[in-house]
Design a protein around this ligand. Structure first.
Ligand SMILES: [Zn+2]
Length: 380
């Protein structure tokens, strides 16, 4: 019993040290679990993935399990910072390192890449060829026009001409159904919306309108490889487009998740039109609020540019007294230099979250590319 208490106390001190105080894999604070085979402290969530990899990792609770002296010594001698130096020694700069709020497939594949494939050490570097070569070709399930129907499509990513193409037929000898410029492309995992654990949303511009593609691959490693291959080509494109920019400026521009998505009711410019329920996506990357008839639509119905306060943009709770025809009662008024937009939310919590998200975009300083976005939306 004395050993039990003593070792538990040593571990509870160890886990407070810099590096150990965050999960070794996803950065979640105050990890409660440890891999005594790798010498790292991890969160409950990541410990679940480690349990599935018994050949490379073994998990114990630092509070509830018994620890032998030699295992405690090993934890003391290793720890998160030392393990990071070893297992993350050659992570490509564009490679997406997941955070605890990210989806399961990103976190699981990051853990498998690090410890199972040793992808970022000299032994496993060959695994990186899949997404580092500037060329990727393969079959993905792509959502078709009909609801919920996914079809096999061949996709081809090429750094040579900075495009992503897809083909209706499985062979790529015929002309592509679409040629998407890497310039305006974004990719983000959206498992809940797409209804598949590996669901990836690809967004791009076509004739000044935002279009969405929804794809997945049954294999988790494959879809994360696609995601990182797209990131690699986006990074190469940005380096070419902005040759003077530092990596710290380019990395946030590679891909970005939407700031907030969800249903709101929307009225027309006179604010006396009937309210219609629409699916909204707010992106801080290009300062756009897009709306769609439903979450998995390919083409937006409209887009609103969200500028900064200094250019006359603001947001507030509640709606003008004259509004009617709304089913939902929690109003959000978005003021732009041209007009006011009135949105209605179903829940008070949604209203708070939307206002918070709008404020975040309004408080961002305008970047050179934002002026181009603003002008292109005004041209419509
Ligand atoms: Zn974690």
């Amino acid at each position: 019993m004395a050993t039990w208490d003593r070792n538990k106390n040593i571990l509870l001190e160890l886990v407070k040290l810099p590096g150990n105080e965050q999960c070794a894999d996803c950065g979640a604070p105050e990890p409660d679990w440890a891999s005594y085979k790798l010498g790292i402290f991890v969160c409950l969530n990541c410990s679940g993935t480690h349990r599935n990899l018994p050949a490379v990792s073994r998990i114990k609770s630092i509070r509830l399990d018994f620890w032998d002296d030699d295992l405690v010594e090993f934890m003391k001698a290793t720890g998160n910072a030392a393990a990071k130096k070893l297992y993350e020694s050659s992570v490509p700069v564009f490679y997406y390192r997941p955070q605890h709020q990210d989806c399961a497939v990103l976190k699981e594949q990051w853990i498998r890449a690090k410890y199972e494939r040793r992808e970022f050490t000299a032994e496993g570097l060959h695994f990186q060829q899949a997404y580092c070569s500037g060329y990727y070709e393969g079959i993905l399930w792509k959502k078709g026009k009909n609801k919920k129907q996914f079809l096999k499509r061949r996709f081809l990513l090429s750094q040579k001409d900075f495009t992503l193409k897809y083909f209706t037929k499985e062979d790529s000898s015929r002309s592509p159904k679409a040629v998407i410029a890497i310039k305006d492309l974004n990719a983000a995992f959206q498992p809940e919306k797409i209804g598949h654990m590996h669901g990836l949303q690809i967004t791009y511009m076509q004739e000044n309108h935002t279009r969405n593609l929804f794809v997945y691959h049954d294999n988790g490693q494959e879809i994360v490889s696609w995601f990182n291959a797209i990131r690699a080509v986006r990074y190469a494109y940005l380096q070419k487009a902005l040759p003077k920019a530092a990596d710290s400026e380019l990395l946030p521009l590679i891909t970005k998740s939407s700031l907030k998505e969800g249903y709101m009711e929307k009225t027309g410019p006179k604010q006396c039109e009937l309210f219609k329920k629409r699916w909204f996506i707010l992106s801080s990357k290009d300062r756009k609020l897009l709306y769609f008839k439903s979450p998995l639509d390919a083409v937006e119905l409209g887009a609103v540019f969200i500028g900064p306060e200094s250019l006359g943009y603001s947001v507030r709770e509640s709606q003008p007294k004259s509004t009617r025809g709304n089913k939902w009662k929690y109003g959000v008024t978005m003021v732009t230099p041209d007009r006011q937009f009135v949105f209605m939310c179903e829940q008070e919590r949604d209203q708070k979250e939307w206002i918070e998200a709008f404020r975040q975009v309004i408080s961002q300083p305008m970047l050179p590319q934002d002026y181009a976005t603003e002008a292109s939306l005004k041209r419509r």
